[in-house]
Ligand binder design. Structure first.
Ligand code: ARG
Length: 295
């Protein structure tokens, strides 16, 4: 039996659009508090029903984006590599994150002071390789340092579209050798890196398509633009369940074809802040565990 997945979430008591630090945020388009609470509760219920244990970070007045726990840290084994936010508006979250991790049995690890690093929002394992998004919120040099600290291979990918400012808005590992992505969020170099490296563990890719009488392995599922804008790539993966915002039907069909169980749950109130399912969660049993390996 694989260990039970463990996820950190933060209730949206003080969530709202109080500033604008990404193109989705518009203070004149406020989140509806009661609806946000309902949507968050439904996501929480889906995650528990998928078999995960959920721990909660206590919400703090004046820190509306604390709900996006993906940005609290990157977890590797018992280490919490805590975030250093790019924007002043979110830097107030840092002491609360540190405190939660140290009180809950994690070793708090700092990345060098001169780099910004936004945790699992920008650093995702696919197999044992760390894919690291940079430019918008995290610095490439910081990611290399993290690779050295934990001793893993890092594939840096530049994010080129401000709407996809965190890697988890345009890339989602599903299992070793399988991921969802939105190619237009990357430059040519990043696209090539993802194609080559996710595909490199081809022996791990279970999905094959038949073309011209031959079987081809297909490691990547491409989200189309309309669904990428619904945060299709921002999925919570718990075992075979893949939970996303509503309006990602084509992606869900592709997932079902590969043996996953896609689940749609409305998260529009969080899209107003530039986040969705994955951003509202942090894998505590290690980001590298956040994919389906039981095959
Ligand atoms: N308003 C938040 C920000 O701009 C949203 C964070 C979404 N988190 C994520 N992991 N993509 O920082």
């Amino acid at each position: 039996m694989p260990p039970q997945p463990h996820i950190l979430m933060c209730p949206p008591d003080f969530y709202g659009i109080h500033y604008e630090i990404n193109p989705w945020m518009d203070m004149s388009r406020q989140a509806e508090h009661a609806v946000a609470v309902e949507q968050w509760n439904a996501l929480h219920a889906h995650i528990r029903a998928a078999g995960a244990r959920v721990s909660l970070l206590e919400p703090v007045p004046g820190l509306p984006d604390l709900v996006f726990t993906a940005n609290a840290a990157m977890i590797y084994r018992q280490q919490a590599l805590v975030s250093r936010f790019r924007h002043r508006q979110r830097q107030g979250e840092e002491p609360y994150n540190r405190r939660w991790f140290s009180e809950n049995g994690f070793e708090v690890v700092d990345v060098a002071e001169n780099f910004s690093f936004e945790g699992a929002g920008d650093a995702l394992f696919c197999g044992d390789t760390l894919y690291a998004g940079y430019r918008m919120r995290s610095d490439a040099a910081g990611h290399q340092e993290i690779g050295r600290m934990i001793g893993c291979r890092v594939i840096p990918v530049e994010l080129v579209d401000a709407r996809y400012y965190h890697l988890d808005t345009c890339f989602c590992p599903l299992a070793e050798g399988e991921a969802i992505w939105f190619p237009a969020a990357f430059d040519q170099y990043g696209q090539r890196a993802i194609r080559e490296h996710v595909g490199q563990s081809l022996r791990d890719c279970r999905f094959r398509v038949r073309r011209g009488g031959r079987d081809y392995m297909e490691p990547l599922i491409e989200a189309e633009q309309a669904e990428a804008e619904r945060f299709a790539c921002n999925a919570v993966v718990v075992g075979r369940r893949v939970i996303t915002n509503t309006g990602c039907d084509r992606l869900h069909a592709a997932l079902a074809e590969r043996g996953y169980e896609p689940i749609a749950t409305p998260l529009d109130e969080f899209v107003k802040a530039g986040g969705s399912a994955k951003c509202l969660t942090l894998r505590l049993d290690g980001e590298e565990a956040a994919s389906w390996r039981s095959h």
